[in-house]
Structures are given as C-alpha cells and as structure tokens.
Design a protein around this ligand. Structure first.
Ligand code: MTE
Length: 321
C-alpha cells in the first residue's frame, strides 16, 4: 500500500476544514455517525439479489393492491441513459458501477458540498413503502420501494429561506451511460419539486426495491419517488441536488413543453395532447399478460388526493399540468 506524505497530496484532494465541518453537521442532521453503507449501490442483477435488512415496515401510506412482480418491475423500464426501449435498461445497465457515488449539494443551502452517498443514507434508516406508480404512458405498477423520506435529507442539508424549489440532476457521463451519446433529451436528466412537495412525507429517496438493493435499471444507487406524480418525475441515478429560488428546468418540460408540465400530477381529467389519461394498464406478467393487462380507472393524484390535494388548492390544474 502506497502512503503519500501530506506535501505529495494535491491541494484539490485536501478537504477544507469548513467542508469537513459541514459534512459532520450534515451527518449529525441525518442521525448518522459516519456509518458505512456496505451493501447499497452494488452493480445490477446479481447484486440486486442482495437483501437489505432492518427495514422499517409497514408504512401508513402502503396500498394493499396486488404487487407487480419483481420481474416486471426490473425488466419493463424507462431509463433513456441506457436506451429508449422498455427492455434496454435491464440489458445495457448491467455493467454500470453505481458505487462509489458522489452527491453534489448546491444552491440556497447551508450544507453545500460533495458528499459520498454513504453519508446520506444509512441502513438503519430505511423504510419500505408500497406505492402505486403511474407512468405518463398510461401503464401502472404497485411497487415496494425501500428508501428514506426526502424531507429527512432536505432538513439535514439546511436550505436557506430563499430555497423555494429543489432540483435533482442525473449523472452526466457518456462513457458510463451510452444513451447519452444520443440527443433524445438535453442531458443530464433533470427534475424538480416545489419545496412543500419535496417535504411531503410521501416523497422518498429510494435505494432499494422488494427488500433488495436497487437494480441499475431502476436507478441505482439513488432515485426519487413521488407517487402522486407521473413516473417521469422519479429521476434515476441522482448525482446532484440543487436548492433554488426559481422554478428549475425539467427534462421532459424542456423537450416538449406542451406535453409535459413542471407539476406532472396524475390527473385523469387532463389528457396528454396525444392520448387519454382517464385509465391505465396495470402491468402484470410478461408477454401476453403484459399486452392484455387489465385497464383500470386512473384517480386524481394517483389515488393520493387525500394526502396531497391541499398542496394545489390555489392552482388551476388544467393550466399547471
Ligand atoms: N430517470 C432518468 N435519469 N432517466 C430516465 O429516462 N425515466 C423516467 C423515470 N426516471 C427516466 C428517469 C420515466 S419516464 C419513468 S416512467 C420512470 O423513471 C420509470 O421508472 P421504473 O423503470 O423504475 O419503473
């Protein structure tokens, strides 16, 4: 093992004292005393067999609808960084290495800086939430996610009073994410929430599914889940969190503003310009099962209206879609 003396270490690799102190403060805020996260963020399929222990369950937000199978959840995906076909992410993200992973916290926040993901989420904090998920393409699944409330992380970052929005930025790396060599979106993938949406107890940062480490195709090592919004809000492979005073740009809104708004709340009364949003295909099984999945009604806010409708009482949801 090569041990370098301090004067051989480039200045860029020395952590400034102020950054070190902020890091300690952030860890304290998260209730983590420098715990390692062994087991999280390992590479795809083989490692997603790895189970996470000590997960807090059940949650008061769980739906009791039938779960979508692990096979469906991990083979029918949208993750354009690895191709635009539904089966592409499972195929082409298989060798993606999601660990180590650095998260950049920036903007209107006291604890800004670069942090190792292991400092953000420790195993003893994990919770399982069984959420209904509704894609803008009018299919849906019921998925047992594992993660922590987004509010916990935001509180530990200490946003300033100017922070009105929080933006999430995906990893930008054409080598590791071959789909970024194509201009299907303006890379990196970006999403955002209003601060009150982000602080809502349903919003989660997710590191696992079905009690296992999150597979690459589902967004390892870290993704967002906001169950009352269309699935595209659930950004995968998060590398940055930015707090801002103004509404941040989001990928699908940049790409087709007349089709995808900032809010993206599931709403059966506001159709996508090219198809109805009144009903959805609940996916189960592959092949024919998937093709002929039964259609069910879509509910306002994806069935979470009781919990979240009040956040939008002042908004015209047809205009702010
Ligand atoms: N995140 C990134 N980085 N890139 C993407 O292409 N697709 C979104 C979202 N998150 C996407 C993303 C869309 S359109 C959907 S429907 C969900 O991921 C799908 O999540 P799942 O494959 O885990 O079901």
């Amino acid at each position: 093992m090569l041990i370098r003396s301090p004067n051989e270490i480039p200045a860029s690799q020395i952590t400034a004292e102020s950054v070190y102190c902020k890091r300690r403060e952030l860890l304290r805020g998260l209730g983590i005393a420098g715990l390692g996260l062994s087991g999280l963020g390992q590479p795809a399929l083989a490692d997603s067999a790895q189970t996470l222990s000590d997960i807090k369950r059940p949650s008061p937000y769980d739906t009791d609808e039938a779960l979508t199978t692990f096979d469906d959840v991990t083979t029918y995906n949208n993750y354009y960084e690895f191709g635009t076909g539904k089966s592409d992410p499972a195929k082409y993200a298989v060798n993606f290495q999601p660990k180590p992973w650095t998260l950049q916290v920036s903007g209107q926040v006291e604890n800004s800086g670069s942090f190792d993901l292991d400092d953000f989420i420790a195993p003893h904090q994990l919770e399982e939430r069984i959420y209904r998920m509704r894609c803008v393409e009018a299919w849906s699944m019921v998925i047992p996610w594992v993660g922590i409330p987004l509010a916990k992380v935001i509180e530990a970052c200490k946003p300033t009073s100017n922070a009105k929005y929080v933006a999430f930025i995906g990893l930008h790396d054409r080598q590791r994410m071959p789909g970024q060599r194509f201009a299907v979106l303006d890379w990196p993938y970006r999403e955002g929430l209003r601060m009150d949406e982000a602080m809502h107890p349903l919003s989660m940062l997710v590191v696992g599914v079905y009690g296992r480490v999150l597979p690459n195709q589902n967004g390892a090592p870290l993704r967002l889940i906001v169950p009352w919004k269309y699935g595209f809000k659930g950004i995968k492979g998060i590398a940055g969190i930015h707090f801002s005073e103004n509404q941040p740009a989001t990928s699908w809104n940049l790409s087709a503003p007349n089709e995808y708004g900032f809010y993206a709340n599931v709403n059966p009364n506001v159709d996508h310009p090219r198809w109805s949003q009144a009903s959805e295909r609940r996916l189960s099984g592959n092949g024919f099962g998937r093709l002929f999945a039964g259609r069910i009604d879509t509910h306002p806010f994806n069935g979470y209206a009781e919990q979240v409708a009040h956040l939008y009482s002042d908004l015209d949801l047809a205009k702010h879609f």
